[in-house]
Design a protein around this ligand. Structure first.
Ligand SMILES: Nc1nc2c(ncn2[C@@H]2O[C@H](COP(=O)(O)OP(=O)(O)OP(=O)(O)O)[C@@H](O)[C@H]2O)c(=O)[nH]1
Ligand SMILES: [Mg+2]
Length: 606
C-alpha cells in the first residue's frame, strides 16, 4: 500500500470516528430519556467508546514518519480490510438509531415509542454482538500495532524529553532524556512501553548483565540485583521547583547572620589561610547526618576528590593546578605540545568573531607552529579593545582569555620569535571542553589520593554517577561572572541559575552526606569589568551603597552571590563547615590549591 492510500485510509478512519461519536451521542440520549433502558444499550455505548479510543489510536498513523516504514504499510492494508467489515456495521447502527431521532426531540419517550423500542430490543442485541466481536478484533489488532509502534513512539518521546523512560532503542542504542524532571513523572503511555516486547527484552538483558557483574565468576545467582534507581541514572540540569526550594527571589530564611559566617565566607581576592584551615577536623564537628557506608574495618580507602560544576566554571583549570602543584609545572615537551593547542584555540576564537570580513581565514584555519609569525599577524584583530564589548556573552569560548593570549603572541612575534612556547599561565587560560571522567592518583604528604575531573555540560553530567562512589571531598567550581552569561548549551538559561541549582542538587544529595564540600568562585579577576558593564539583574534584591566600579561594590556582589549558595545548603550541612574560596585561578591558583589540599586532606595527612 502506498502512502497516498494510507492517507485515504486515515480519512476513512476519521469519518468512522465521526459516525461512532454520533452513535454514542444518540444511544446516550436514548438511555437518559428511556428509564429502565435495556442493559444492552449501556453495553453498546461502552463498546462504542472503546471503538472510539481505538480509532483515536489509529489517527497516530497521520504522522508522516510512519508512512515511510514498510512494516506500517503492511499493517495499513490489514487495517483497511478490518475497516471494510466494520464500516457497514457502524453505518447500519447509525441508520437504526436515526429512527429514534424524532423521539429524542421530546423530553421523554411516549408510550408508543417505548413499545417500539422494546419491540426492537432483539435488534439491539444483534448489533451488540456484532459490535462486541468487532471490539475484540480491534483490541487484538491494536495490541499488535502497539508492539510494532511503541519503539518508534518511545524514540520520539525520549528525544523530545517527554519520556519518563531512559535508554531504550529498537536497534540497541540508548536514548536519554535531558529533562530529568520527567523521570519522576508517570505518563499514560508508560504501561504500553513497559508491556512492549522491546522493553521487556532490554529489561531482561540489563538484569542479566547486572546479576552477572555482581558475581565474581560471572555466573548467575539469586542474590540481590544491584539495579540503579531511575534518579540515579542521569544527573541533568535541575529545574527550579515550587515550594521551599524555589530561589527565583532571594530569601534569607535559612541564612545565618553575616557574623556567623565570618569564617565560612572568605573575602578579598584569593584564598585567606586562617580560621577555617585551622578549624577542628571536619568529621568531629559534623552534625548528625544520615548514615553512610564506611569501608570495611581495617581497610582504608584512598581519599577521592571530585571536581564538579557547570561547563567552563574552571574544573579542568583546578585539576591542572593541583597537578602542577604536586608534580611541578609543565616540562618543555609538555609546553611544546600545548603550543599547538593554544595556537589553534586562539585562531579558532578569532574566526568565531561575528565579523570575519577582514580575517585571513586560510592562515587562521590552519594555524600551526611553523607559521607562527603569520598566525600572530592574522589575529591582530584582537588589538581592538572594543571587540570584547561587541562580543555576545553566550560566546562559547572565553573572549577575555583569548584576547590576552592573542596580544601576547603578537608581542612575541614582534620581538622576532618564530616559535611560541607557552607559560604555565597560558596553559591555564586555554579552554578544551572535557568529555568523560578523568581520574588520576596523586601523592601529597606521602599519601595517595584520587582526583576526578569531569565534563560539565548537561550532556556530560549524565556520566557523573560513575564518579560518585567513595567521594571523600567535592570541590564545586562556579564562575563568579556567570550572572551575565547564558549557557552555551541552552541560551534560555542564565549561567548563575544553572550553577546554583546544580550546586543545590549536589549539596543536598544524601550520597554525599559524609563528603566535604568546598566552593571555589572563579574568574574573580574578570569580575570588575563584568560588574561595570552588566547590572546584577538576576538578583533583584541586590543593593549596594557603592559605585559599580568600586571594590566595595564587588565585595557586596560577592557577598550576595555567596548567600545564594549558602541558601541552598540542606539543614544537615553546617554553613561554617562549608569553605568558600574566591579565586583568580590563572594568577594565584597555585597558592589556592595548596591550601585546598591541606584542608581537604587535613585529617588524613597530618
Ligand atoms: N581569567 C580567568 N579565567 C579562568 C578562571 N577560571 C577558569 N578560567 C578559564 O575558563 C575557561 C574554562 O575553564 P575550564 O577549567 O576548562 O572549564 P571546565 O569547568 O573544565 O569546563 P568543561 O570541561 O566544559 O566542564 C578556561 O579558558 C579557563 O582558562 C579564572 O579564575 N580567571
Ligand atoms: Mg573541563
Amino acid at each position: 500500500m502506498d502512502p497516498i492510500t494510507i492517507v485515504g485510509l486515515i480519512g476513512s478512519v476519521v469519518s468512522i470516528g465521526d459516525v461512532v461519536a454520533k452513535s454514542i451521542r444518540k444511544l446516550s440520549e436514548l438511555r437518559s430519556r428511556y428509564h429502565n433502558a435495556p442493559f444492552q444499550i449501556t453495553t453498546l455505548v461502552g463498546q462504542l467508546y472503546i471503538i472510539q479510543a481505538a480509532v483515536g489510536q489509529l489517527m497516530q498513523w497521520k504522522s508522516s514518519a510512519f508512512l515511510n516504514e514498510s512494516r506500517y504499510l503492511e499493517l495499513a492494508s490489514q487495517i483497511e480490510a478490518s475497516l471494510d467489515s466494520f464500516c457497514p456495521l457502524i453505518l447500519a447502527l447509525e441508520q437504526y438509531l436515526d429512527k429514534f431521532d424524532a423521539v429524542s426531540d421530546s423530553d421523554s419517550l411516549h408510550m408508543q415509542d417505548r413499545l417500539e423500542f422494546m419491540w426492537n430490543e432483539k435488534d439491539i442485541d444483534v448489533y451488540l454482538n456484532m459490535v462486541d466481536r468487532q471490539v475484540n478484533a480491534l483490541n487484538l489488532f491494536l495490541q499488535a500495532i502497539q508492539w510494532q509502534v511503541s519503539p518508534t513512539l518511545l524514540d520520539f518521546k525520549a528525544r523530545d524529553c517527554t519520556s519518563s523512560i531512559v535508554g531504550l532503542g529498537d536497534n540497541g542504542t540508548s536514548i536519554f532524556s535531558d529533562n530529568t524532571n520527567a523521570l519522576s513523572v508517570q505518563f499514560d503511555f508508560d504501561a504500553v512501553v513497559v508491556a512492549s516486547r522491546v522493553y521487556q527484552n532490554a529489561h531482561r538483558s540489563h538484569l542479566k548483565r547486572a546479576i552477572r557483574a555482581n558475581r565474581p565468576d560471572g555466573s548467575f545467582s539469586k542474590e540481590k540485583t544491584p539495579l540503579q534507581t531511575r534518579d540515579q541514572v542521569v544527573l541533568g540540569p535541575i529545574k527550579e521547583e515550587s515550594g521551599e526550594s524555589t530561589h527565583s527571589e532571594p530569601s534569607y530564611s535559612r541564612v545565618p547572620l553575616r557574623s556567623r559566617l565570618s569564617h565560612a565566607v572568605r573575602s578579598g581576592g584569593g584564598f585567606h589561610p586562617g580560621s577555617w584551615l585551622d578549624a577542628t577536623p571536619w568529621r568531629s564537628r559534623r552534625k548528625s547526618i544520615p548514615q553512610q557506608h564506611d569501608p570495611p574495618v581495617g581497610q582504608k580507602r584512598d581519599d577521592k576528590i571530585l571536581i564538579l560544576g557547570p561547563s567552563q566554571s574552571g574544573k579542568t583549570t583546578v585539576f591542572k593546578l593541583i597537578q602542577y602543584f604536586i608534580d611541578g609545572e609543565p616540562t618543555e615537551e609538555e609546553r611544546a605540545a600545548w603550543a599547538e593547542t593554544i595556537l589553534t584555540y586562539v585562531a579558532k576564537g578569532t574566526l568565531e568573531y561575528p565579523d570575519t570580513n577582514n580575517l585571513d581565514i586560510e592562515t587562521l584555519s590552519n594555524a600551526s607552529q611553523s607559521d607562527f609569525q603569520d598566525v600572530a599577524a592574522a589575529i591582530s584583530l584582537w588589538e581592538d579593545s572594543d571587540l570584547l564589548e561587541r562580543y555576545h556573552w553566550s560566546f562559547p569560548t572565553q573572549p577575555a582569555n583569548i584576547r590576552q593570549l592573542a596580544l601576547k603572541m603578537q608581542r612575541l612575534a614582534r620581538q622576532g620569535q618564530h616559535h611560541y612556547t607557552p607559560t604555565t599561565q597560558d596553559i591555564l587560560q586555554v579552554f578544551v571542553k572535557t568529555t568523560g571522567i578523568h581520574e588520576t592518583t596523586m601523592y601529597y604528604n606521602s599519601r595517595s589520593f584520587r582526583i576526578c575531573d569531569v565534563g560539565g555540560t548537561r550532556a556530560e553530567r549524565k556520566k557523573w554517577i560513575h564518579a560518585f562512589p567513595d567521594a571523600s571531598a567535592i570541590i564545586f567550581t562556579a564562575d563568579a561572572t556567570s550572572y551575565s552569561k547564558v549557557l552555551s548549551e541552552d541560551e534560555d538559561t542564565l549561567g548563575v541559575t544553572e550553577e546554583l541549582s546544580l550546586f543545590e542538587h549536589i549539596a543536598n544529595d544524601r550520597r554525599f552526606a559524609d563528603t566535604r564540600l568546598l566552593l571555589v568562585l572563579t574568574r574573580i579577576d574578570q569580575l570588575d569589568n563584568v560588574l561595570v558593564r552588566n547590572p546584577v539583574t538576576p538578583f533583584p534584591n541586590f543593593t549596594s551603597s557603592n559605585l559599580p566600579n568600586s571594590p566595595g561594590y564587588k565585595e557586596d556582589y560577592l557577598f550576595e552571590l555567596e548567600m545564594h549558595f549558602l541558601n541552598r545548603l540542606p539543614d544537615w550541612r553546617e554553613p561554617s563547615e562549608f569553605p568558600i574560596v574566591r579565586s583568580d585561578l590563572i594568577h594565584d591558583g597555585l597558592y589556592m590549591v595548596e591550601n585546598i589540599l591541606k584542608t581537604l586532606l587535613e585529617d588524613t595527612t597530618s
